[in-house]
Design a protein around this ligand. Sequence first.
Ligand SMILES: CC(C)(COP(=O)(O)OP(=O)(O)OC[C@H]1O[C@@H](n2cnc3c(N)ncnc32)[C@H](O)[C@@H]1OP(=O)(O)O)[C@@H](O)C(=O)NCCC(=O)NCCS
Length: 160
Amino acid sequence: MILEAKPSSVSAVIMTQVVLPYHTNVAGNMHGGEVMKLMDTAAGVAAKRHCLNNVVTASVTQLAFLKPIFLGDLVICNAELTYAGRTSMEVYVSVKAEDMNTGTFRDVCEGYFFIVSLDRNGSPAPIPPLLIESDAQKQQCEAAKLRIEQAKKAKQTKKV
Ligand SMILES: CC(C)(COP(=O)(O)OP(=O)(O)OC[C@H]1O[C@@H](n2cnc3c(N)ncnc32)[C@H](O)[C@@H]1OP(=O)(O)O)[C@@H](O)C(=O)NCCC(=O)NCCS
């Protein structure tokens, strides 16, 4: 079956969350795990929108917490496909925090999520190709291929 290519704009998603007390650590900052959960969810939604199958996260790379997120901030999570392979996708997730008292925004977190499409039996399933529409997307896709190679090498090393 030939699957029709889709642009990343079809599957890109923005998810938001107000930071409440139960999201914070003892210092009053948003707990890293809470940010990662939101990022993983956004990446999964973008991937599922692309392939319309169940998806699982296989690995995450270059996850960086750039600045703290505080109680009461609005967390804005952007997820967009950068690469689609045969059954796997890379989703770039970037997170901004909005200070609701000043209306200012900070880049707080980013990372690359590798997500695999699964069929009804839980086996990796073919996905539509990603339609590249700009030079910037082409560059992102080439960079993603290098990260995928690194992830594959890391997986092979663990098997030894
Ligand atoms: C992800 C998973 C399905 C891969 O299974 P697998 O048998 O290794 O699959 P394959 O070797 O056939 O690889 C399938 C695709 O996944 C990619 N992949 C597998 N492991 C990967 C990893 N660690 N990082 C990035 N990509 C990976 C492969 O490159 C391949 O992509 P392609 O088809 O586009 O070339 C399996 O490891 C799994 O179920 N892991 C648990 C996932 C999970 O529970 N996540 C947390 C909850 S969502």
